[in-house]
Design a protein around this ligand. Structure first.
Ligand code: FA5
Length: 344
């Protein structure tokens, strides 16, 4: 039996150079000689067949052979693992001197940028920014603004109705009403936001677009048409360039009297040489409506008759952004084309 131990040990050592080539083969070798059903373990089970006196010496001899083989296997395993680790380090090596890859970063949407600039300019002129709901009621959007019952803008063909009283606001003017409702003058506010109309969309029209609204109200005599003109002229210069002139044309809005339309000199051609493509050869670009707050608006809000005066204005932000960035079609603002947006 002792010879058997020697034979197994010798066979195991002879098989080691082959088994030591990789961890898989070494594992198989360990199972074959040292595993639960390995040759040495099975031999140990035969201890019972020996005369009792020989058993201790046999057990010691098997365990010694086992210890020799385990130690050899551990040594080879450590070597193989070290080699594997070195190979991994080599193959996965990082060149920390390589320049990094720049991640995609977002940018301010051109409409948000223009709205931010508008807010900034009017803040500096003493106006604070106020907000109102996009789902508005008929009173704030039409009634309080002196828009008569039969006015075409109230038709369901022009306005999105949620029910008889609730609509998607068609302009930012209801935010003026909410400001006048919530506190007494002096008031100097602007509102920026989305508005909705059943307009067919084309290069200069959308069924949703953005407006900027402004309102200044104070005791009668403290706010005049000339203040409106000065404010809007200053806005145009700060937004588009100091050299640009503005002009008022007579117009009509139910909530202002007198009402005007504000034009600015074309920033592209400055009105020289008979105009250009941007201003459609007229030298001027239309920005939006304005005027002095109509007495009926004050009346609808319970303001004392004749005590207050105010001016108001409202422009299309999408068209301001088109002009500012030379964009020919406002639908581009909605398409979320990353190539378009990353230019800003
Ligand atoms: C108004 O909405 C008035 N609330 C403006 C106002 C406020 C006048 C205060 C007086 C006092 P209007 O419907 O003209 O006015 O619209 C104002 C601006 O919104 C237009 O000059 C234009 O720039 C823009 N706009 C109008 N319709 C569209 C549309 N479908 N798509 C994009 N922009 C539009």
């Amino acid at each position: 039996m002792l010879d058997k131990i020697k034979d197994i040990e010798a066979a195991a050592i002879a098989a080691l150079p082959e088994a030591g080539q990789d961890l898989k083969k070494l594992g198989d070798w360990q199972v074959r000689f040292l595993g639960k059903k390995g040759e040495l373990t099975l031999l140990l089970r035969e201890t019972g067949k020996l005369p009792e006196a020989e058993r201790p010496a046999f057990g010691v001899a098997v365990n010694q052979a086992k210890a020799v083989l385990v130690s050899k296997a551990e040594e080879i395993q450590a070597g193989l693992e070290k080699k594997l680790l070195e190979e991994q380090i080599k193959s996965q090596a990082l060149d920390v001197t390589l320049p990094g890859r720049r991640g995609l970063s977002g940018s301010i949407h051109p409409l948000s940028g223009v709205m931010r600039d508008c807010a900034d300019i009017f803040n500096r002129l003493g106006f604070n920014v106020e907000t109102g709901p996009e789902i508005e009621d008929v009173f704030h959007n039409f009634d309080a603004l002196n828009v008569g019952e039969g006015h075409p803008s109230r038709e369901p063909s022009d306005t999105y109705y949620l029910d008889a009283q609730r609509i998607l606001r068609t302009h930012t003017s209801p935010v003026q009403v909410r400001a006048m409702e919530s506190r007494k003058p002096p008031i100097r506010m602007i509102a920026l936001g989305r508005v909705f109309r059943r307009d067919a969309s084309d290069a200069t029209h959308g069924s949703q677009f953005h407006q900027i609204e402004g309102l200044a109200v104070d005791e009668f005599g403290k706010v005049r048409l000339s203040d409106l003109k000065g404010t809007l002229e200053t806005f145009v210069k700060m937004m588009f360039g100091r050299e640009l002139k503005s002009r008022f044309r007579p117009s009509f809005f139910p909530f202002t009297e007198p009402s005007v339309e504000l034009d600015m000199q074309c920033f592209q051609c400055k009105g020289l040489n008979g105009g250009c493509g941007v201003c459609k050869m007229c030298g001027w670009i239309e920005l939006g409506g304005a005027g002095m707050v109509h007495p009926n608006v004050f009346k609808a809000l319970g303001y004392e008759e004749g005590r207050y005066a105010g001016f108001a204005f409202g422009f299309g932000v999408d068209r301001l952004a088109m002009m500012r960035h030379g964009i020919p079609d406002l639908r581009l603002f909605w398409e979320n084309d990353a190539e378009f947006l990353k230019q800003f």
